[in-house]
Ligand binder design. Structure first.
Ligand SMILES: O=C(O)c1cc(=O)[nH]c(=O)n1[C@@H]1O[C@H](COP(=O)(O)O)[C@@H](O)[C@H]1O
Length: 278
């Protein structure tokens, strides 16, 4: 990928379009609600309607891979179109795949999602560090070489995550803080922002995390359907708020399939985030 690295492109995109990541999560129940069949054709209509409504106005689109994989090769072909058409309309694409594996096979996932010329290459992907942060090195290295980004799970929005992520190591540091510190080391010296992001749910309350040295973006899912609102972001993120990218899926998608209604819903969420940050 030519041009600026991901952290710079994200900074430009959110400055121009506002701080919102809209998720494309084609839940079977949403296909029903939109009057679409639960098959690859329904998936395609759903996903491309999202692209039509959102890709020209939202900074980041986040397709959730599993909902596409569920329809096999036809679903994955739809995902390829979503990535290409969203990017062509000016949105950055964060592919939500939450990959994490031992290093040798992590390299293969990196090729699939972060290599120039790969059909599924996006601007960034979500990664899971729970096989050890260092196991992600092949993906972080390739992303750095190709100007792409990653968002590494640190403190997830679900309640089950806390027992792992708040566990404390021998030095008294939580697992989540160790992820933050490893990402910060990767981002040191980058300007205007590094390309190794984190995921910290908007639902987690006072996380206790020290994000002051991160120098990277923080994806904050959990708005809307999971109960968090724009006003919660300041409590969770404090001084790190300017680098937070709030994410919402179902709370926006329920306004489809009408394209203007879907777009207006996303813009309302975006405007409420701008107001809450101001
Ligand atoms: O990595 C993610 O995107 C993610 C991390 C996390 O901690 N919590 C979380 O909800 N997500 C994703 O964010 C989206 C949330 O969807 P809604 O609850 O419908 O807004 C889903 O695609 C989740 O898989």
């Amino acid at each position: 990928m030519s041009g600026q690295h991901f952290g710079a492109r994200l900074t430009g995109a959110t400055a121009a379009r506002g701080p919102l990541c809209a998720g494309i999560d084609p839940h079977p129940g949403l296909l029903d609600a939109w009057g679409l069949p639960r098959d690859a054709a329904g998936l395609e209509r759903f996903a491309l309607t999202c692209v039509e409504a959102l890709a020209g106005v939202v900074a980041v689109l986040k397709p959730q891979s599993a909902f596409f994989e569920a329809y096999g090769s036809r679903g994955v072909a739809v995902l390829e179109r979503v990535i290409a058409e969203s990017r062509a309309a000016g949105a950055l694409v964060l592919l939500d795949v939450k990959r994490g594996d031992i290093g040798s096979t992590m390299a293969a996932y990196a090729q699939a999602y972060l290599a120039d010329g790969s059909p599924l290459a996006a601007d960034a992907v979500t990664l899971s560090p729970f096989l050890g942060f260092g196991s992600l090195d092949p993906a972080l290295d390739l992303a750095a070489r190709t100007g792409r980004g990653v968002f590494v799970l640190a403190r997830t929005s679900n309640s089950e995550g806390a027992s792992v992520q708040r566990a404390v190591d021998g030095g008294g540091r939580t697992v989540a803080q160790a992820v933050v510190d490893a990402a910060a080391a990767r981002n040191a010296g980058a300007a205007p922002l590094g390309s190794v992001g984190l995921v910290v749910g908007a639902t987690v309350g006072n996380s206790g995390l020290d994000l002051s040295a991160l120098n990277g973006p923080v994806l904050a899912p959990g708005l809307g359907a999971q109960g968090a609102g724009p006003a919660d972001l300041r409590a969770v993120f404090g001084a790190a708020l300017p680098h937070v990218l709030p994410a919402s899926s179902r709370d926006i998608l329920r306004h489809g399939p009408d394209v203007p209604a879907l777009r207006d819903a996303a813009l309302r969420v975006r405007d409420s985030l701008v107001a809450a940050a101001g």
